[in-house]
Ligand binder design. Structure first.
Ligand code: FAD
Length: 120
């Protein structure tokens, strides 16, 4: 089957699960195999049994308490002149670009706040 329409890892996982050769063309599958494939692609239920360790994590929760920061500048309320940005702040999102967005935007905010402080 062509893997152009599906992530190949998903294609191989589903084909392995239902014992279909992933190299077989779609029109060479019989209707039962096609139905089985579609069913597993759209309705497969998986139970998460464990997570990988820290070395494999994509984002960490926890960090500098947001309440301890001036949200206009990301300057610490406790230590004037100290700014925080990115994952070191206790702020994280699901996978999907949220964490890079947080890192970039808080970096811009903290960096530009520091710059304006110097200008003042
Ligand atoms: C495999 C993987 C995939 C990911 N995919 C996505 C994704 O698809 N979308 C998304 O939004 N987010 C994703 N993330 C999360 C995202 O990359 C992070 O949330 C983001 O990069 C955090 O940015 P940051 O600048 O806060 O920290 P980092 O990017 O971790 O940068 C911190 C930097 O500080 C340096 N450093 C550490 N200690 C010191 C020190 N003592 N002195 C000097 N430098 C130091 C480090 O080397 C590093 O370069 C992914 C993360 C991983 C690991």
């Amino acid at each position: 089957m062509c893997d152009a329409f599906l992530n190949y890892k998903l294609l191989y996982a589903i084909c392995g699960y239902i014992h279909i050769n992933p190299g077989k063309n779609w029109d060479k599958l019989n209707s039962q195999e096609q139905d089985l494939f579609v069913h597993n692609l759209t309705a497969m239920e998986l139970e998460i049994t464990a997570t990988l360790d820290y070395d494999h994590s994509q984002v960490c929760s926890g960090g500098v308490d947001i309440a301890s920061l001036n949200l206009e500048t990301l300057e610490s309320k406790n230590i004037p002149g100290l700014y925080f940005a990115g994952e070191v702040i206790d702020l994280d999102g699901d996978c999907g670009g949220y964490n890079l967005t947080i890192a970039i935007l808080t970096g811009i905010l903290a960096g530009s706040s520091l710059g304006s402080e110097k200008d003042a």
